[in-house]
Design a binder for this molecule. Structure first.
Ligand code: HEM
Length: 450
């Protein structure tokens, strides 16, 4: 029997949960993502048996060496390759079974972002196992990668088909210049207090399978129970950011440098420092941005018309907080997610407006129990469409599938401001829907019979 931890009245089987689901990303960080293809079933199971030994559980540790960890997840094709029985495969969420490429039209992955143009092996059915290694420094990353390499040693029939290194940029921010990863929900039983005192911890079942969620029900869980329990769905997307185009656009639309920073903040909902517009509507407040106890402590209820933070700003769309309370038809808590994104590629030097041709962006990582009502809902309804209370019929100005014809409205007195012809700033290079099983489930997968 695994140890059970009771925190805040909820018992999470932390010994069985992969640590990546509940651990915050270190800062600074370095990391590596790998995709593997399983050509031989027996080798695939042996790989899982060995990986099971190198994956850490979510139990908090005082050992700094464990600040570096590996997360292992499988695509639908991966579970098939391992020989998971069909009735069990059929019990997974429909979006996961279809795979991300098949959902491209709904997700807005069209034009430059369409799956035909994705990096291989995304969307080809050849990505079976996803491994993420994250660490505060290169030395510890190398140690955990060495363990992952060991799991593959002398194992024919398992190929590494993709690799992406990532690291925190020297500025501590992402390629557009903004601090990221601030707005996160806390999870009941994880022992991590909320950073937004106005948002009580989410029921564990919103993130982990096998526990009641916000509806009071157990989320649909893959069968058999040993496979589903303590697992979580993971959405993994490589998103290229067109930083030069973004800077050129702001330069063209702004009245001057200060206005550029303001327009950028209005598009995101936070200043580059991380300070939220809701608390610092006029000017950046770097001290506030750097202060984790204050930089997420806000709501939008006193700003229904978006004079401080536009309803169409990225962060307000992605988490409208109390904005929709008066409407009553949407429960924001059913559309929350854990984000574990990282940056890849070099920084575009400060002040440079020309594209240097380098590939840079974000590896967006979502963890949650409901791909459909969490990731897909937010992406399609709130970021791509914005058909909800208060936001004009526009797309997310920063990450939406814009095509150069749309606009972004900034409420202002006496007259609103409109930015026209918003181009696309983010291009999907590929992605996969994955399932990160609990540790017992990994053992079960490795011991599957013929
Ligand atoms: C390249 C693409 C993206 C970039 C550059 C980006 C950037 C940002 C930034 C700068 C913030 C504000 C800082 C923070 O609270 O962490 C943020 C917040 C957030 N983003 Fe994104 N984002 C991207 C894609 C996405 C996607 C695809 C989703 C979901 C489908 C998403 C969901 C969120 C959520 C939930 C928040 C937190 C909002 C809050 O709690 O206030 N983002 N993002």
């Amino acid at each position: 029997m695994n140890a059970v931890t009771a925190v805040e009245g909820v018992s999470l089987e932390l010994d069985d949960i992969q640590s990546g689901a509940l651990h915050e990303r270190p800062s600074p960080y370095v990391g590596t993502y790998l995709l593997l293809r399983i050509d031989d079933r027996a080798s695939g199971r042996e790989l899982v048996r060995r990986l099971h030994r190198v994956v850490d559980s979510g139990r908090p540790s005082s050992d700094p060496a464990r600040d570096a960890w590996i997360t292992v997840a499988f695509t639908y094709g991966g579970l098939e390759a391992l020989g998971v029985p069909q009735d069990s495969l059929d019990s997974f969420a429909p979006e996961f079974r279809e795979g991300m490429a098949a959902r491209a039209a709904q997700l807005g992955d069209v034009g430059e972002s369409s799956p035909e143009l994705w990096e291989k092996p995304f969307g080809t059915g050849e990505a079976h196992v996803a491994i993420a290694a994250l660490s505060p420094d290169a030395a510890r990353l190398e140690t955990v990668l060495e363990r992952a390499r060991g799991a593959r040693e002398e194992l024919g029939g398992v190929e590494v088909v993709w690799r992406q290194d990532c690291y925190q940029l020297p500025t501590g921010r992402t390629s557009f210049g903004f601090k990221d990863g601030i707005g996160q929900p806390s999870v009941e039983g994880s022992g991590r207090p909320p950073t937004n005192p106005g948002e009580p911890p989410l029921k564990a079942g919103e993130i982990l399978l096998g526990y009641p969620d916000e509806t009071g029900e157990l989320p649909p869980m893959p069968t058999p129970e040993i496979l589903g329990r303590n697992g979580t769905y993971v959405v993994f997307r490589k998103l290229h950011t067109k930083v030069a185009a973004y800077r050129q656009y702001l330069r063209a639309k702004a009245a001057g440098r200060e206005d550029e920073a303001l327009l950028g903040a209005k598009m995101v909902g936070r200043w580059q420092s991380g300070a939220p517009l809701a608390l610092a509507p006029e000017h950046d407040d770097p001290e506030l941005g750097a202060e984790p106890r204050r930089n997420n402590d806000f709501r939008y209820g006193d700003d229904p018309r978006g004079f401080k933070c536009p309803a169409g700003a990225h962060a307000r769309r992605a988490n409208p907080r109390d904005s929709l309370d008066r409407d009553g038809s949407v429960d924001v808590r059913l559309h929350r997610m854990i984000r574990r994104g990282t940056s890849y590629g070099p920084m575009l030097p400060d002040g440079m407006l020309d594209d240097d041709g380098a590939d840079r962006g974000i590896v967006f990582v979502f963890a949650g129990a409901h791909i459909g009502r969490q990731f897909e809902f937010v992406k399609t309804q709130w970021l791509n469409d914005g058909i909800f209370i208060g936001a004009p019929p526009e797309k997310d100005p920063l990450v939406g599938p814009n095509d150069g014809t749309g606009r972004f409205t900034i409420p202002e007195r006496p007259i609103r401001r409109r930015l026209a012809d918003v181009p696309p700033f983010v291009v999907t290079r590929g992605g996969e829907y994955c399932f990160a099983p609990g540790l017992r489930a990994m053992r079960w997968l490795s011991e599957l019979g013929s």
